[in-house]
Design a protein around this ligand. Structure first.
Ligand SMILES: Nc1ncnc2c1ncn2[C@@H]1O[C@H](COP(=O)(O)OP(=O)(O)OP(=O)(O)O)[C@@H](O)[C@H]1O
Ligand SMILES: [Mg+2]
Length: 315
């Protein structure tokens, strides 16, 4: 199925949320997970960078590798390579539960440093495994930023190219089946309406499918400013801008300052809209817009506000 065609993000079973640092990946991933859970889907949300931002987004202290229920239908975890390795050994190599993997971990570190993709395939493998075993209806990943996502999602392809036959090849084949099916796996690239995030997004779109075979499926423009002067309002603002300086009172000066602030915000919005137009011109992926929230709120409040903004748009 071609990328981005008619499948809502939440109808997929594995969704990676990536984008430049700081654009809102964690907030969007958390909001999508909250929405999916509210819609009755058994949902797993997984943080890949272990920074603790996902736990902070849901105001839940800390998260571990073992998923923990944080809302009805919603389970959250944080990924660690060591835990993913332990689980892999237990499930696939049938080694009994190992407390501290000591020497084995050192051998693994040696291996992982020598061969590209070894660490990455463990964590991607864990996510694909959850999908394959249908432990959840949907797995939403607060994924690595644009700089690292290609090597992470591309790990099964990298490893597969090194192993032509045998167990490793068999292991990568089923993962690639999950990752390459755009009706199963989606990649949502988050950007803000600014030059650098949009430029990074375009570069990522170009590399992702070519280097990993995993297609980007949607764009999410976050922190979009509202259009303050639509149609006739613009004429009114222009006339006010001419008239207000003539009113020599305190109120007149105050109103002028407010109008000027609004005009500066509008100018910023237009510049941002130009960057998003550039993105639309170069990609035909669906773009969902999330407004700037203008709130000092943090944590769960931000998640629910972003989820409300996405609710109708995700279909
Ligand atoms: N639509 C929005 N309006 C206002 N603030 C927002 C919005 N989306 C996210 N934020 C805020 O922006 C900050 C960064 O968001 P977030 O942590 O989700 O970004 P990130 O891409 O995950 O960052 P990192 O690359 O560090 O992981 C947070 O303080 C968050 O509350
Ligand atoms: Mg984050």
């Amino acid at each position: 199925m071609p990328a981005g065609v008619d499948v809502s993000i939440l109808d997929r079973r594995l969704v990676f949320v990536t984008g430049k640092g700081g654009v809102g990946k964690t907030s969007i991933a958390a909001a999508l997970a909250h929405l999916a859970a509210q819609r009755g889907k058994r949902t797993l949300v997984c943080e890949m960078d272990a920074k603790g931002s996902l736990a902070a987004a849901f105001d839940v202290g800390s998260l571990k590798f073992q998923p923990r229920q944080i809302e009805p239908n919603l389970f959250a975890m944080t990924m660690t390579t060591e835990d993913a390795l332990k689980e892999y050994l237990r499930l696939f190599v049938k080694l009994p539960l190992i407390g501290r993997i000591g020497p084995l971990a050192r051998t693994f570190d040696f291996l992982a440093d020598a061969a590209p993709g070894v660490r990455e395939i463990l964590v991607i493998g864990k996510l694909c495994y959850e999908v394959r075993e249908r432990h959840y209806d949907i797995v939403i990943v607060d994924a690595e930023a644009t700089g690292h996502i290609v090597s992470q999602i591309g790990a099964p392809t990298t490893i597969r190219e090194m192993a032509q036959v045998g167990l490793v090849r068999d292991q990568t084949d089923w993962m690639l089946k999950v990752l390459h099916d755009t009706s199963v796996t989606g990649v949502a690239v988050v950007t803000t309406p600014e030059e650098m995030p949009v430029t990074e997004t375009l570069a990522l779109l170009e590399r992702l499918e070519r280097e990993t075979g995993v297609a980007p499926t949607s764009l999410i423009a976050n922190r979009v400013l509202p259009n303050l002067f639509e149609g006739p309002q613009r004429d009114v603002a222009d006339r006010l801008a001419e008239m207000l300086p003539l009113i020599k009172s305190e109120a007149g000066r105050g109103a002028s300052a407010v109008l000027e602030a609004a005009r500066i915000t509008e100018a910023r919005r237009q510049i941002g809209a130009g960057h998003l137009d550039r993105l639309r011109a170069e990609s035909d992926l669906p773009m969902l817009c999330v407004p700037e929230l203008f709130t000092r709120a943090t944590g769960r409040r931000v998640v629910t506000l972003v989820a409300d903004a996405l609710d109708e748009k995700v279909g």
